[in-house]
Design a protein around this ligand. Structure first.
Ligand code: GRG
Length: 308
């Protein structure tokens, strides 16, 4: 992938170092793509930046960049997609923390946006991040003959965030199922929509923008779908196991609010096993990438065993 900053695969490849390095690159571009903090109206730009520039892992944009890397994609296009995905994700976190939703005081190791700026500004900051994200996607620097791909990418991101199997659908099912019985099938549906869809889109849209064949794109899509579900299973596990210091948010909230979670249905040990197995089957989907898929495989493994 043509980059201004080159990522080199070392033999002693360490995922933590890679994540840190990628976060630095992403933060530089997020800073360029977001409105300056001191531009009017200042308060909303400050709130957008407060929530974006915190301790987030940047998993979705990193997956997009890594997919592009594996396929020799163009960094200029991929970074637009990557930044847009992180803005949409941050939007969802701000709204998820609101009193009307999860009512959480902490996020990413700091006060949640509504606790720092008030509810009104937090709602607007979330909306503003979503609008800026879609504007960035319309600004994707593609050649005239790639306009159709750009429209497909826009459509895929809309689906991933929307009410038909996307993030919004997942959040609605999550709210409706709170303190109510749920089946294994419903649980998988909620998690795949709430969290899986945007992770799937991160990988799939990067594949589309990198000119992957239909066969390769479908395999990467299957990889994204499986690691996306595994990501939320581990999120459920961390809600039970991790401290505020590790997770950056209030622990045990899902359990207290009677949410549909994997540990609630299967127990912790079986949930851990499920996440690891899902990622291993995901990795089989991208065997065709050979050595070029090394980072994606490592990112998958990180997702299944992560502690934060
Ligand atoms: C954004 C379209 C749209 C709608 C908002 C509030 C809402 C509807 C959806 C909430 C979805 C949500 C919060 C899902 C949880 C996903 C999740 C596992 C969040 C934590 O992700 P990490 O671990 O967080 O990647 P960091 O902070 O590292 O980025």
């Amino acid at each position: 992938m043509k980059r201004e900053t080159t990522t080199v695969l070392k033999s002693d490849f360490a995922i933590q170092d890679y994540l840190k390095e990628q976060k630095l690159i992403l933060d530089e571009y997020l800073d360029r793509f977001l409105p300056p903090a001191h531009s009017q109206p200042e308060i909303i730009h400050e709130a957008m930046r407060y929530s974006v520039f915190s301790s987030g892992k940047r998993i979705r944009p990193i997956l997009a960049l890594a997919t592009g890397d594996a396929l020799g994609g163009d960094f200029k296009k991929l970074i637009h997609l990557a930044a847009a995905l992180e803005m949409i994700h941050t939007y969802s976190l701000i709204h998820d923390d609101l009193p009307a939703m999860d009512d959480d005081d902490y996020r990413r190791g700091q006060l949640s946006t509504h606790r720092e700026f008030g509810e009104g500004i937090a709602i607007l900051a979330g909306n503003a991040l979503l609008v800026r994200a879609f504007q960035l996607l319309t600004e994707l620097p593609v050649q005239a003959e790639e306009t159709e791909t750009k429209v497909v990418v826009l459509d895929q991101v809309c689906r991933a965030t929307g009410t038909k199997g996307g993030m919004l659908a997942g959040q609605v099912m999550d709210l409706v199922k709170q303190s109510k019985p749920f089946s294994a099938q419903q649980l998988e549906q909620i998690h795949s929509a709430k969290t899986g869809a945007l992770i799937l889109a991160s990988v799939y849209c990067a594949a589309l923008l990198s000119g992957a064949s239909e066969e390769a794109s479908e395999k990467l899509r299957a990889f994204g779908q499986k690691i996306g579900l595994a990501f939320q299973i581990v999120d459920d596990i961390l809600d039970v196991e991790a401290s505020t210091q590790d997770s950056g948010k209030t622990p045990g909230k899902d359990h207290l609010s009677g949410k549909a979670t994997y540990p609630a249905l299967y127990g912790l040990q079986a949930s851990r096993k499920l996440a690891i197995e899902l990622v291993e089957t995901a990795i089989q989907e991208i065997e065709f990438l050979g050595p070029r898929g090394e980072i994606l495989r490592e990112l998958g493994r990180f997702i299944s065993v992560r502690r934060f």
